[in-house]
Ligand binder design. Structure first.
Ligand SMILES: [Zn+2]
Length: 419
């Protein structure tokens, strides 16, 4: 069964709102966290401990370099790199493709011709081959037969330790599509992902409908999704997934200018929508089952596939855990999307690599920054990734005045600003 995502855009927004309710709105810096290892040890205490906000100086000292967390991004006027980058990229961005609806996915006022689909607007037509010259097709499937490109959107989630523990126990890596604002909220959780060998891609700054943004603001959403990952993890990502799959050739051109390959999916588990009440848990399990049945009946014998799943909330993560054994049985290989694409250099920085597909399926599921490879059983410990050491050296114990200042800032913002 095919699961197109052509509607329910409003409910998707609600799903995210519900998902983020696990974040404390009145920030109380009750916990001092200074290491990724300590943070990764906290499990089973959700949400009282695991999701208590914490300050981490490498992030909080840099907050003035970012738009307000969780707010739709705009280019900061004093950010010369961003201003210059947009000035350069904007030359390649079409001006005859206008924004669709708004950033909340309301397309009531649009008169887009879905039949001719001039802008290859995936959200309406599932188009993945751009009509604008010079743009690569979206990645919606993977070339390796009987293979699942395994990935999760919307992290890092503050309560993901049990899920990541499970993946670690299974020697399973995945592609994590991180939201920039989430990376700044939960930097140590983001570190755990890369440190344990997962591939990192961007998922915008504030998680809105990208085709609803003006071009400069869409640029800002992508630009400021890369920056937190570089700040916290030390790498410059080269892939992204549009929230709700909402992308067209105008947005693809901006992503291309920023060196980001667009990754979509073929099937949707609709795990994200369970939180809205629009689908039941049983329906989500059924969607997984349908995908698994396709794998079992040979649908992917000439080329693998990608299903949309999430690190969004405990339901989506628990479902991923409970369905994993069946996925492993049904597919010959379950690998990160970058591995399925044989993309051995996932980041701009050349000191970090992914195993090739052949390496991965032969048991080498991570490679380290020196270029040598580690076995699946010995290279998953935390606090070994050299590319974050520079950031980690800033992880000194924050003092109380620091937290008070941040609390005041949060109150002034009147938002769920978390640090
Ligand atoms: Zn998302």
């Amino acid at each position: 069964m095919w699961f197109p995502v052509l509607s329910s855009h409003r409910t998707a927004e609600v799903a995210l709102a519900v998902a983020f309710l696990n974040l404390p709105f009145n920030v109380v810096y009750a916990r001092v966290v200074t290491s990724e290892g300590d943070e990764a040890q906290i499990t089973g205490a959700y949400p009282t401990v695991e999701c208590t906000a914490y300050g981490w100086p490498a992030v909080t000292n840099a907050l003035n370099e970012f738009p307000p967390i969780w707010q739709p991004a705009t280019i900061l006027a004093n950010d010369t790199d961003a201003v210059n980058s947009w000035a350069n990229i904007s030359k390649s961005v079409p001006t005859d493709i206008i924004p669709h609806g708004d950033i909340f996915g309301d397309w009531n006022d649009t008169s887009y011709n879905v039949a001719s689909d001039p802008a290859c607007w995936w959200t309406r037509s599932l188009c993945t081959t751009p009509k604008l010259a010079g743009l690569p097709p979206d990645v919606a499937s993977v070339p390796e037969p009987d293979t699942m490109g395994y990935g999760f959107d919307d992290g890092p989630n503050c309560s993901h330790n049990a899920f990541y523990d499970y993946l670690k126990d299974q020697n399973q890596k995945a592609t994590m599509f991180f939201i920039g604002s989430n990376v700044l909220d939960w930097p140590l959780e983001a570190m755990r992902a890369i440190d344990e060998g997962h591939e990192i891609c961007a998922h915008t700054w504030s998680h809105h409908y990208m085709t609803g943004f003006s071009s400069p603001d869409a640029f800002a959403e992508l630009y400021y999704s890369k920056c937190p990952i570089k700040l916290v993890l030390g790498v410059t990502v080269t892939c992204w997934r549009p929230p709700f799959g909402d992308v067209d050739d105008r947005i693809r051109a901006i992503a291309e200018g920023l060196g980001l390959r667009t990754i979509i999916w073929q099937y949707d588990s609709f795990d994200w929508e369970q939180a809205t009440g629009n689908v039941t848990a049983q329906q989500v399990y059924q969607n997984y089952d349908n995908f698994i049945q396709r794998a079992e009946n040979g649908t992917f014998s000439s080329g693998g596939s990608i299903m949309l799943t999430h690190e969004l909330n405990n339901f989506t993560m628990q479902t991923a855990v409970s369905m994993y054994p069946q996925l492993k049985d049904a597919f010959k290989y379950v690998v990160p999307i970058g591995v399925a694409l044989n993309k051995t250099q996932p980041y701009v920085e050349s000191n970090y690599s992914l195993p090739s597909f052949e390496q991965y399926i032969s048991g080498t599921i991570t490679t380290n920054s020196s270029g040598s490879s580690g076995s699946s059983s010995s290279n998953t410990s935390s606090s070994t990734s050299s590319n974050k050491n520079a950031a980690m050296t800033l992880a000194t114990k924050p003092d109380s005045s620091f937290f008070i200042a941040l609390g005041l800032l949060s109150a002034l913002m009147g938002s769920s600003l978390l640090l």
